[in-house]
Ligand binder design. Sequence first.
Ligand code: NAD
Ligand code: LMR
Length: 340
Amino acid sequence: SLRRGNSASSSAHLLRRGFSSESAPERKVAVLGAGGGIGQPLALLMKLNPLVSKLALYDIAGTPGVAADVSHINTRSEVAGYMGDEQLGQALEGCDIVVIPAGVPRKPGMTRDDLFNINAGIVKSLCTAIAKYCPHAIVNMISNPVNSTVPIAAEVFKKAGTYDEKKLFGVTTLDVVRAKTFYAGKAKVPVGGVDVPVVGGHAGITILPLFSQATPKANNLSDEDITALTKRTQDGGTEVVEAKAGKGSATLSMAYAGAVFADACLKGLNGVQDVVECSFVQSSITELPFFASKVRLGKNGVEEVLGLGPLSDYEKQGLESLKPELKSSIEKGIKFVNQN
Ligand code: NAD
Ligand code: LMR
């Protein structure tokens, strides 16, 4: 019958994609900073993800309310809120993925590096707990400055003897989300089919979108258009910070981007093939120890760090100009852990 035909084809579709929600493996995801501007909508989006079976929402304040609220949504995952240091261990135990949007956001006039003094300590203490309570979890670092907080996490894990370079990710998905949106607008192509790799790091000129590799190809873009798109992508965070005028930085688009990246990690863990996202990871594709590029995700986290591919002259120049800043942000993170 038609009905049977439909259900057979829809289960074939699910098999191709991975799993139906009933057969997907149990996966626990924690959000650290779940009471915040990013944390709350990210908690909502993770509650909507059928690949999650347990959702732990941790913050220094406010999580009982967020957890009670989100827990009423009739989707798969069990939700629990954890508040304060003494509940952090419980939040982390058994986690497959820990997403970290904890820390202060920018105000107009600040750089991401201006957040270092406060956020470095927050990230260090959260990563110390991860090393203790869920040393094998995949970590998705959102807290800024990502160019330094990822090296901080790596150093904390190294000191604890738990570092696995395949499981530590700086979340740069928002740069990709922006590059896709801005490119589609300029090239006048439907945004749903657009792909743009973004490499380097996550601050100002260290964000390097590779519009020469954007698909679908647009023949209607001039060099000036590409320069403008590049700058808009690099300044996307600042555009939001200024528009919010003192009330913080991107939260909703970041929650979306964080949910996309966590979903990709879950699919990789579950054995779905060919899951590729850009992320800031330990890398040997340039001389820098950490670098964002396309990464293939698998059952152990990073399966393969993909190369940069062919660059335009403009992109080659951008790559050389970003290296000194990215190098010093990485070194600042490493030094922070080893001096404190
Ligand atoms: P926010 O101030 O709204 O929320 C931060 C939350 O972190 C608060 O609820 C706070 O209580 C919590 N927090 C502080 N210390 C904590 C600790 N020790 N343990 C657990 N939670 C703690 O800020 P936001 O807008 O959600 O931004 C959070 C971070 O994400 C900022 O550093 C921001 O710069 C960064 N960010 C990164 C990206 C990216 O693309 N990677 C994008 C946007 C924002
Ligand atoms: C962003 O890119 O929106 C975030 O890194 C937040 C910020 O400070 O710009």
